[in-house]
Design a protein around this ligand. Structure first.
Ligand SMILES: *[C@@H]1O[C@H](CO)[C@@H](O)[C@H](O)[C@H]1NC(C)=O
Ligand SMILES: *[C@@H]1O[C@H](CO)[C@@H](O)[C@H](O)[C@H]1NC(C)=O
Ligand SMILES: *[C@@H]1O[C@H](CO)[C@@H](O)[C@H](O)[C@H]1NC(C)=O
Ligand SMILES: *[C@@H]1O[C@H](CO)[C@@H](O)[C@H](O)[C@H]1NC(C)=O
Ligand SMILES: *[C@@H]1O[C@H](CO)[C@@H](O)[C@H](O)[C@H]1NC(C)=O
Ligand SMILES: *[C@@H]1O[C@H](CO)[C@@H](O)[C@H](O)[C@H]1NC(C)=O
Ligand SMILES: CC(=O)N[C@H]1CO[C@H](CO)[C@@H](O)[C@@H]1O
Length: 598
């Protein structure tokens, strides 16, 4: 059995290779199955086509009719996974902090209502289920179908938001592949609605990378992300979507220096994935900042007299423990270089960081604050989860897996659990009005969880305290990124969030969890010896459907009963994008440097 390496990350829209020509492809001819034809276009290296048409993809999706029998099976299986493993299922029924834009959801009952609807096509049903689950606004929890999330629908256009001197907020064109002269024109209306309202509505109802609306608003718009050794345009979910959009196009009214125009953009699917390299900064130079160390997944800059560290989500792409080790050694080396150069203040810019291995977050926290205790966790104990806990705990190689009692240190005793029953424990909490059983609270034992063939570097003692670091994000710092930033915020490292709405402080991070998992992670465990056949059939989803979920919840250290996922933690300070700072983060770094604690 392969141990589980505790990866948690949120999908960051992160795209490859630029195509500047938007050549529409020829009309579809004949009666060949349209889905096969699309596959052929995508897979043929000689294809002249660069884009799939919206209407062809729609026709492909509409080849499969809705089958209520199959739909009921899907709903029943999804319910079993959620009841067995989804740590936040019952808390989701409660009213949450008013800082979040979130309604209480009794997901199990609402899933039962979905099958009462009539659908013509299977994809409509799948989207409804997926959208309902996304209303949890839990980035770790979503349903994906290989068939109906196969394509990314793009308009070649991205937008951003600036706050003018008089305090008003505007939507502007950030980048436009088709018509570069539109860049920085103000977007007045979108499909006849004021642009700002259209973006807010979309962010509120159709994005789920934060429970906080300001951060969701940022995700609907474009911003820069550092990754893969360069800067790219991230987010832009309004114009870059993974579900088949309802209409074939969107129209925009633009104001370009007083000249008004209306443009209409069709949705297209780029065959070669598109990488929106930032056209504004590229390579290693960022404004007046000097790059002193490039660790590929991290960069160390000096600007004026302070340091800036960027850390990306790279590990996900390569997914190799040896590389992780290499990256971590480089991160240690970068900080050491700062210390050697006498850098006294450091900005951690973790904008658009979707997370990575949990132990890396833990390691970075301990690197900067050697005595820090990372967030503890627990997960659900019930008829569905117990067989996995017991079975995996019997397997020596299972150490490191979330279901193995030896993967943890007990919060109560501060040492390893003596037996599987010690981990299972007797903890019962009232959540959403019902009694729910969880394991004993535990810390990840990062030594056991990191089964590498090498020793992690023992870092030197660094000179910085919480007064010498500030955290800067655009609100989209998720999962392992939140394990770093929300933990450091609890020891009073100041936090700054960029963007959102005027004078509205908002969350700098979200989804610090104990572990995220999925039906695909559970599938191989169904083959273990003592997992009985009724459990296997309960948990068997069609292989083209994957349910992702938060498996273990994390708890605050400061307020030990507070579940981090539902802890509303607004940033201490807010900054805004303007035409320059949206394209050159060094302008934000200069502003952020004012917030080091005195
Ligand atoms: C619907 O799905 C069920 C279960 O997979 C199958 O037995 C049945 O034939 C399908 N019905 C239709 C009309 O395709
Ligand atoms: C679904 O379709 C059936 C049969 O066509 C109809 O009787 C029923 O009212 C419809 N239900 C809904 C919720 O539209
Ligand atoms: C999954 O695959 C089956 C078999 O190829 C297909 O009939 C079904 O439509 C697919 N369902 C989804 C939700 O992708
Ligand atoms: C770099 O510094 C110079 C001199 O202080 C200043 O004029 C210029 O605007 C700065 N450039 C950026 C991108 O901040
Ligand atoms: C963590 O695991 C290692 C390796 O199994 C073990 O030696 C160590 O005692 C554990 N630490 C704690 C605090 O339980
Ligand atoms: C399988 O496990 C379930 C729940 O623990 C139990 O109710 C059922 O009797 C078991 N079935 C078999 C065949 O052992
Ligand atoms: C740091 C590193 O090795 N990155 C590699 C990750 O994988 C991609 C795709 O194979 C390579 O292009 C990168 O160089």
């Amino acid at each position: 059995m392969k141990p589980n390496y505790h990866i948690t990350f949120i999908f960051v829209v992160f795209i490859n290779v630029v195509h500047s020509n938007w050549i529409p492809r020829k009309e579809n001819e004949g009666n060949v199955n349209i889905c096969d034809k699309l596959d052929e276009y995508v897979n043929s290296p000689y294809s002249e086509e660069q884009f799939l048409k919206y209407s062809d993809v729609k026709a492909c999706y509409e080849l499969t009719s809705y089958n209520k029998t199959k739909a009921i099976q899907v709903i029943e299986t999804v319910k079993e996974y959620l009841k067995g493993f989804y740590a936040l299922l019952d808390q989701a029924k409660e009213e949450s902090n008013p800082g979040f834009d979130l309604r209480p959801i009794d997901l199990i009952s609402e899933l039962d209502l979905v099958v009462k609807n009539n659908y013509s096509y299977e994809y409509q049903f799948i989207y409804d289920v997926a959208n309902l689950i996304e209303e949890l606004r839990d980035g770790h929890t979503r349903l994906r179908s290989d068939d109906y999330y196969k394509y990314l629908f793009d308009q070649g256009l991205s937008m951003y938001s600036v706050i003018k001197k008089d305090g008003t907020q505007q939507i502007k064109v950030f980048n436009d592949i088709k018509e570069p002269s539109n860049v920085d024109c103000q977007v007045i209306d979108i499909d006849g609605k004021p642009a700002i309202d259209a973006i807010i509505e979309f962010a509120r109802d159709h994005t789920f990378y934060s429970r906080d609306l300001s951060a969701r608003f940022n995700s609907a718009l474009a911003s820069l992300v550092f990754g893969n050794g360069d800067f790219y345009i991230a987010g832009q979910l309004f114009t870059y979507r993974n579900q088949l959009p309802k209409n074939p196009s969107i129209s925009y009214t633009l104001n370009c220096n007083g000249k008004f125009s209306k443009i209409t953009r069709e949705w297209q699917v780029s065959i070669k994935s598109v990488q929106y390299k930032s056209p504004y900064i590229s390579g290693t130079s960022v404004g007046n900042a000097t790059l002193i160390f490039d660790a590929f997944i991290a960069r160390f800059y000096i600007l004026q007299d302070f340091g800036v560290v960027l850390i990306s989500t790279e590990d996900i792409i390569n997914n190799s423990l040896d590389l992780e080790y290499h990256f971590l050694s480089n991160i240690v080396a970068g900080f050491k270089l700062f210390a050697d150069k006498g850098i006294k203040k450091i900005i951690l810019d973790l904008s658009n960081n979707g997370g990575g291995y949990i132990f890396i977050g833990h390691y970075i926290n301990k690197l900067l604050f050697p005595n820090i205790q990372n967030f503890p966790l627990d997960y659900k104990v019930n008829d569905i989860s117990i067989p996995f806990i017991k079975e995996i705990s019997r397997i020596k190689k299972g150490i490191g897996n979330i279901f193995h009692y030896k993967s943890f240190t007990s919060v109560k005793t501060k040492s390893s659990f003596d037996s599987v029953n010690d981990l299972i424990g007797n903890d019962i909490y009232t959540r959403g009005g019902v009694q729910v059983r969880y394991t004993s609270k535990a810390f990840h034992n990062d030594t056991t969880n990191y089964i590498g063939t090498f020793k992690l570097p023992k870092p030197p003692k660094f000179p910085w305290t919480e007064k010498d670091i500030v955290i800067l994000t655009n609100g989209l710092c998720q999962s392992t990124c939140a394990i770093i930033t929300q933990r450091l915020a609890e020891i009073n490292v100041p936090t700054i969030a960029v963007g959102g709405f005027p004078n509205t402080r908002f969350s700098f991070a979200q989804y610090a969890v104990g572990e995220a998992s999925s039906s695909a992670d559970i599938q191989p465990l169904l083959e273990l010896k003592n997992i009985n056949s009724s459990l296997v059939s309960k948990l068997s989803l069609p292989s083209n459907l994957t349910l992702y979920f938060t498996l273990a919840e994390a708890y605050s250290i400061k307020n030990p009963n507070e579940v981090m996922d539902y802890a509303y933690r607004p940033a201490d300070y807010q900054l805004y994008y303007d035409e320059r700072s949206a394209r050159d983060p060094s302008h934000l770094w200069l502003q952020a440097a004012k917030y080091f604690r005195k």
